[in-house]
Design a protein around this ligand. Sequence first.
Ligand code: 5AD
Ligand code: SF4
Length: 481
Amino acid sequence: MDLLIPDKVHDESRQGEALVLEPVGKNNGRKLYIESYGCAMNFSDSEIVASILAEKGFETTSDFNTADVIFINTCSIRENAEVRVRNRLKEFAGAKFRNPGMVVGVLGCMAERLKAKFLEEEKLVDVVVGPDAYRDLPNLIDQVDSGQRAVNVLLSREETYADISPVRLNSNGINAFVSIMRGCDNMCSFCVVPFTRGRERSRDAYSVVAECKDLFDKGYREVTLLGQNVDSYKWSRTVAESGEALSVGDEIKVVNFANLLEMVALVSPELRVRFSTSHPKDITDEVLHTIAKYDNICNYIHLPVQSGNSRILDIMNRTYDREWYMNRIDAIRSIIPDCAISTDIITGFCTETEEEHNDSVTMMDYVKYDFAYMFKYSERPGTLAAKRYADDIPEEVKQRRLAQIVAKQQQYSLYRMQARIGKIEKVLIEGFSKKSDKDYCGRSDQNAMVIFPVSEDYKPGQYVNVLVERTTSATLIGTIV
Ligand code: 5AD
Ligand code: SF4
């Protein structure tokens, strides 16, 4: 089992969530059920898919038994993510048996990884569609209706779905994810993403800002800019994008991630801006200074280390070493003094010795992370590591190392939370707490969950100052001041 401390980008509680929208007027009499697994990018993609099919008159349903089309948007990051999807498909078999006209489609990373093989392995599946082919879904459904099975797993160098405004009607109306780029060019040796999501490409900066502005006008107060590696965001208006040739003297504007952050921060000081994920090799001081300059860019950076040992980092193909990572941490601490930092760590990567594992432990001591996602290495077919190195660390050793770092992280999470006691946090109210409608919950600037008694004077979507009185290792508890 992977152990993780939840935050919003890989939210365990959302895995398998179904997306439900209000009808948009057109109606073709068919119902779509779509559920999602994996990272926030996948959840965001499901909103794009729903938007494409809503245009064609599909209504959404939260009950797959009554659906005409079932889509499952899948993740391949670790083997257990795929096992979960296979099990879920078995549960759809009964519904398809009762309604043979039902279309069952597999979308996302697992579709891309397995391609047409999926149709051989899972007889129930009619359509297999990769992450860059969602515009083709209406055609693919037509093909299935005419009695064929359909596959489109073409990856694209251009597709960013920039012009499709995702529908977000089952959200809380306060926080939204905005995808700013797709794909990944990093080739970390353990990672399947470059194979499932293709080459990295950045979305039109002006379409990102327009979407954030539209969200703000609709009452949203927090956007999280999403990409596999946001620090390598780079977009320029080219002839193809503007549709007309540039003439002499035209300004060619290149927008990097620091520029984009600033453009989004300027939408309104009342709009909080978050982002994920940063890469230690690419995060620049310019980005850190931009975060420091704007109050509404949150002081929280997710900076996956993966390992604290330079040899392991090298064979992971992370292209930085222990000292480089520590230097980036020092830069964050000096430029943004009150910044929360979280990370991802993998235990038991190929050939990792006890001493090398211990370097990950001492890295945790150095940074004292606010949160961490911690995983056992899971070999993924086709990756560089699968080709080059034996997955030679026994399961019990991986598990023991994982348990050790999870215990350590619990101490540091508690340490970071306790340091907030007696402080006043600016909290964006998201709604009632899960446990009681007498309490509100929301997040601090540093991304900590804060719980406090409801006050008649404030509503979800407003900011309040909360004096922190107590804490658990995951939540701050206080009162509005
Ligand atoms: N095994 C274990 N963890 C992995 N991750 C990515 N690939 C693997 C793998 N093969 C983890 C990394 C990454 C996070 C999203 O998932 O820590 O940052
Ligand atoms: Fe997201 Fe990676 Fe899983 Fe694909 S494989 S859904 S990119 S976490």
